[in-house]
Design a protein. Structure first.
Length: 206
């Protein structure tokens, strides 16, 4: 408990980088709901039984927004690109958070294919006047350590994509880099504290 408390104190003191220097301009969301946020991602977004409340639920508590958890365990970026349009039309959010790539890496998808899917998601969001927010992947450790290099390389590409497309970036790799006790035993899914940290990183934009 002391380690978790000390780590949480360090997180609170360190602050958060969004990669874009500032908050979101909610004046550009047209008829969408400025108080609604959709979180799209895989099991890291959907949540796990051992990780406490998933980050979208915590984001709702931190911001007072209506946060819709559209995380799906095992989902890859291409699948998300195929359904984002229907998700946005159903919920009309002002903001959509996009956290994908872990399952793609594990299935040896090329960075090019992952980035293409992320770019399609950005474009669909903009067409619906929803503000897209990208995130880098959290590191892979423990059982998933063999894929850590591929994750770091993809994260570099996601940073470039965010800069090129001029969208906000929440750099979760950096958020997780120096803090212990953020992963469950598998080395992939976040602990209760890890979910808190992810939510806090996104909350800094609001």
């Amino acid at each position: 408990m002391f380690m978790v408390a000390a780590c949480l104190a360090a997180i609170l003191a360190a602050g958060c980088e969004d990669g874009g220097g500032g908050g979101l301009n909610l004046n550009k969301i047209g008829p969408n709901d400025p108080n609604a946020v959709v979180c799209m991602g895989d099991s890291i977004t959907a949540g796990t039984a051992d990780g406490g409340a998933p980050y979208p639920a915590r984001l709702a508590e931190m911001t007072g927004k209506r946060v819709i958890n559209e995380g799906r365990g095992g989902e890859e970026a291409g699948g998300a690109a195929g359904r984002i349009g229907s998700v946005l039309r159903a919920n009309r959010p002002g903001v959509v958070t996009i956290l994908y790539g872990a399952n793609d890496v594990l299935h040896s998808r090329s960075d090019e294919s992952i980035l293409s899917a992320l770019r399609r998601m950005i474009n669909v969001a903009r067409e619906d006047q929803t503000i897209p927010v990208l995130a880098t992947l959290t590191p892979m450790t423990g059982l998933y350590k063999p894929w850590s290099g591929a994750v770091m390389a993809l994260n570099d590409d996601i940073r470039v994509l965010a800069a090129t497309e001029e969208v906000k970036l929440v750099d979760l790799e950096k958020e997780f880099s120096d803090a212990p006790d953020l992963f469950l035993h598998d080395g992939l899914h976040p602990t209760d504290l890890g979910n808190y940290l992810i939510a806090r990183a996104f909350a800094e934009l609001f």
